[in-house]
Design a protein around this ligand. Structure first.
Ligand SMILES: *[C@@H]1O[C@H](CO)[C@@H](O)[C@H](O)[C@H]1NC(C)=O
Ligand SMILES: *[C@@H]1O[C@H](CO)[C@@H](O)[C@H](O)[C@H]1NC(C)=O
Ligand SMILES: *[C@@H]1O[C@H](CO)[C@@H](O)[C@H](O)[C@H]1NC(C)=O
Ligand SMILES: *[C@@H]1O[C@H](CO)[C@@H](O)[C@H](O)[C@H]1NC(C)=O
Ligand SMILES: *[C@@H]1O[C@H](CO)[C@@H](O)[C@H](O)[C@H]1NC(C)=O
Ligand SMILES: *[C@@H]1O[C@H](CO)[C@@H](O)[C@H](O)[C@H]1NC(C)=O
Ligand SMILES: *[C@@H]1O[C@H](CO)[C@@H](O)[C@H](O)[C@H]1NC(C)=O
Length: 321
């Protein structure tokens, strides 16, 4: 009873401000005037929010009790957005009346005409988008009149998260690094949980940002700052409040990411020492060889000089003699 009175009040308010609703008013006015005197029709919708996947079709269930047999030309069904009261779909006088339908629902709504006579006023909403989320009211009138509202929630699964490391190389134990976990194309906002290798919940130093694209789908970007230790694993879990846990990704930081860990350092030092020893040996050998060849050259020169001197001596001998 309270529900009906509230709807009537709302309709009156809307009609005052929006001339488009005059048709609606003329249709429902007899109902409004007599509603207090009549038994209220029972209209049923799901109590729990209806979760629809982005891009898929959804059925907004609405059923009503009726005195059978029912003449369909006596039936009116009106689906509207509860908050803005914009028309989603209207049926009366035995056919759809879509002149007042909100633009965003054009070609996307359908009633199950063959089911109407059985008390099924459910609405098929095709290609659901994020903007469709909200409360929908189902009004039904035969002789009696009733309404009920349901909540439509839109969900979209996120892409598999990807974890990246910044900086990526030349890391040393004790360095501060940023780990970034990115997932996109989902809805609604997901929870992000970072854990280390032993499953410990890392809550410090996390910055999470959410950006919506033009379709209203989110890109989640979560950044964790850690002080690097060798052999550590960091994982990122994405939890969609409507779809549950969605994705999981991790990085393991091993010696390979870290420049000059102890083992590599010693290998490097060892190699350097070997190279140095080799160079020194080579230099020693070379210098000895050079010295030898120098001495030889000097000896040869000396011998040649002596020989020359000898020769000159011999040459001079005849002069002396
Ligand atoms: C709609 O109603 C039918 C029949 O009662 C039921 O099988 C179906 O699960 C309902 N769908 C939703 C989305 O509530
Ligand atoms: C209404 O009819 C449609 C189409 O047959 C069906 O999918 C839906 O579940 C029905 N809803 C109820 C509440 O019976
Ligand atoms: C349904 O109602 C219309 C108009 O009130 C009437 O012309 C028609 O004969 C009725 N049909 C049945 C089956 O009662
Ligand atoms: C709906 O469908 C009609 C006919 O197919 C088309 O002319 C119209 O542009 C469509 N409207 C939207 C909003 O898609
Ligand atoms: C992680 O810690 C945060 C804050 O302390 C808490 O809200 C959240 O529930 C914890 N998550 C898990 C899986 O333990
Ligand atoms: C958080 O970051 C600060 C500096 O940015 C650092 O000193 C601190 O150790 C970090 N905490 C953890 C748990 O990594
Ligand atoms: C890192 O892990 C490797 C392989 O699991 C292991 O051999 C090495 O000892 C570990 N190093 C440290 C510092 O824990």
């Amino acid at each position: 009873m309270i529900d009906v009175e509230r709807s009537v009040l709302c309709l009156k308010l809307t009609c005052d401000t929006n001339p488009r609703w005059k048709t609606m008013l003329s249709l429902l006015l007899p109902v409004m005037l007599t509603v207090q005197a009549m038994a209220v029709m029972e209209v049923q919708v799901p109590e729990q929010p209806v979760v629809a996947l982005h891009g898929r079709d959804a059925i907004l269930n609405c059923s009503f009790s009726h005195a059978s047999p029912m003449n369909l030309s006596d039936l009116s069904v009106f689906w509207q957005l509860t908050d803005t009261m914009r028309s989603v779909h209207m049926y009366s006088e035995g056919r759809d009346q879509l002149a007042d339908q909100a633009e965003s629902f054009a070609n996307r709504t359908r009633l199950f005409h063959s089911q109407l006579g059985l008390g099924n006023a459910s609405l098929l909403l095709r290609r659901v988008v994020v903007a469709d989320e909200g409360s929908y009211t189902c009004f039904v009138r035969v002789q009696d009149y009733g309404s009920a509202a349901l909540l439509l929630q839109v969900a979209a699964p996120y892409s598999k998260p990807v974890v990246t490391l910044e900086p990526e190389s030349n890391l040393r134990p004790g360095d501060e690094v940023s780990l970034t976990c990115v997932a996109y194309g989902g809805y609604p906002e997901a929870g992000v949980i970072w854990q280390d290798g032993s499953g410990r919940n890392l809550t410090d130093n996390i910055t999470t940002s959410v950006v919506a694209n033009e379709e209203g789908l989110f890109t989640m970007n979560s950044m964790l700052t850690v002080v690097l230790e060798p052999n550590s694993t960091y994982s990122c879990r994405l939890i969609n409040p409507l779809l549950g846990e969605e994705g999981y990704a991790f990085v393991t930081i091993t010696g390979q990411n870290i420049a000059f860990p102890p083992v590599a350092l010693w290998v490097t030092v060892g190699l350097a020492v070997c190279l140095l020893v080799l160079l020194i040996a080579l230099a020693a050998v070379c210098s000895r060889k050079i010295k030898e060849s120098c001495e030889e050259a000097r000896r040869e020169a000396k011998e040649a000089k002596e020989l020359e001197e000898g020769e000159s001596k011999t040459a001079m001998t005849p002069l002396k003699s």
